[in-house]
Design a binder for this molecule. Structure first.
Ligand SMILES: [Zn+2]
Length: 368
């Protein structure tokens, strides 16, 4: 079973192993289980830019963001929504990882937004709900993919504690890839470090002839917003942070395109946990439009033709008015929680067991 790589780049190495190597039998099993997957897409990255307002992808700001601009050349919307009940970081990332909303009987239930308590003290999504809450890491790993969680905030240890060494669910499907669903967990505040780690992970998986799923979280815009506000004026710290993130994502795309084995074989879903600005140096009001409005974009070799995601999903999603979190009595909006099962769809893999958002992988990524 693949060992975990847990490098806490906040200065402490918790555990460090190679990215893992596949055995011949695992490779054969992987190929068999992926026979129906897209022949092109070998690797999917879910990028969450913490506190990313959709204006970053719209004129005029997008003209300063060449990397983000590429995400407007595929299926995307600037009118996606975060969780309907809560607009803070950790619950919204739990939405993205589990394909569930936070509240309700089927919700993952994690409302905390600080560093989680230790695993023994209840710091897992399963302890919160007193049952195993499946994630995208379970599905991808059990299907033989290599998996990574690269985060810009230490509180994401919640997901390593929920799906890491010895705490994930038993893999009941042969071959058995084990209970550690997160092969690589890295936490660093530096966006370019994150990108370099992401590129190294992709090359490692590729070199091992493994497909992969990565969750890549950038924290810089949120940090800038909390410092001096979600200020869209030229030269503001928030605007500067967007340039930093754009450069980091641009480096990633460039590395993918330069690699003969990765080029046209990687898809990226990009979204955010929340926007920000109400109150000005925060985003805690879930009813404020600038907090709940986020982008949702799919960048892939297969789907790279500009199209409004709502226009091709009118049978299953409704675009709310800009002031609405959702429209009462209508279909749900596109949410960041749609991301998990979208990523699995891109990989040709089934939805997360017991997930409730995009559970039928109904969100279309191309025109009918
Ligand atoms: Zn924040």
């Amino acid at each position: 079973m693949l060992p975990a790589v847990c490098i806490a780049a906040l200065g402490v190495i918790i555990a460090a192993n190679p990215f893992g190597s596949a055995t011949a039998s695992q490779d054969l099993g992987q190929q068999a289980s992926q026979a129906n997957a897209s022949p092109q897409i070998q690797h999917v990255i879910l990028i969450s830019v913490d506190g990313l307002r959709p204006e970053a992808l719209l004129p005029p700001l997008v003209d300063s963001h060449p990397a983000l601009k590429q995400f407007t050349q595929g299926a995307w919307t600037a009118q996606a929504r975060c969780d309907p009940d809560i607009s803070v970081t950790l619950p919204n990332h739990a939405d993205m990882i589990t394909g569930r909303l936070t509240a309700g009987e089927q919700g993952h239930g994690w409302v905390g937004n600080t560093d989680p308590p230790s695993r023994a003290m209840g710091g897992t999504l399963h302890a919160k709900r007193e049952k195993y809450i499946y994630s995208i890491f379970d599905v991808a790993h059990d299907e033989g993919l290599q998996t990574a969680l690269i985060a810009g905030k230490w509180k994401f240890a919640l997901f390593e504690q929920s799906y890491g060494v010895d705490v994930g669910a038993v893999d009941t499907m042969a071959p058995d890839y084990g209970k550690d669903k997160v092969d690589c967990f890295i936490c660093t505040h530096h966006p370019m470090d994150e990108t370099l780690q992401q590129i190294a992970f992709l090359h490692s998986a590729d070199g091992n002839k493994k497909r992969s799923f990565s969750f890549l979280h950038f924290g810089a815009p949120d940090a800038a917003g909390h410092g001096t506000g979600w200020d869209l004026a030229d030269g503001s710290p928030y605007r500067q942070s967007l340039l930093v993130i754009d450069k980091a994502i641009g480096e990633l795309i460039s590395a993918i395109n330069k690699s003969p084995t990765l080029h046209r074989r990687v898809a990226i879903v990009l979204t955010a946990d929340h926007g920000g600005g109400v109150p000005f140096i925060s985003h805690i009001d879930p009813e404020a439009a600038i907090n709940f409005t986020i982008p949702f974009c799919v960048w892939s070799p297969t789907y790279q033709s500009p199209v409004d995601l709502y226009s091709i999903n009118m049978n299953c999603r409704h675009q709310p008015a800009v002031s609405e979190r959702f429209t009462v009595g209508k279909l749900p909006p596109i949410r960041n929680a749609d991301a998990a099962n979208t990523c699995l769809k891109l990989l040709g893999l089934p939805a997360i067991p017991d997930s409730t958002v995009n559970a039928a992988q109904e969100l279309r990524l191309t025109k009918p």
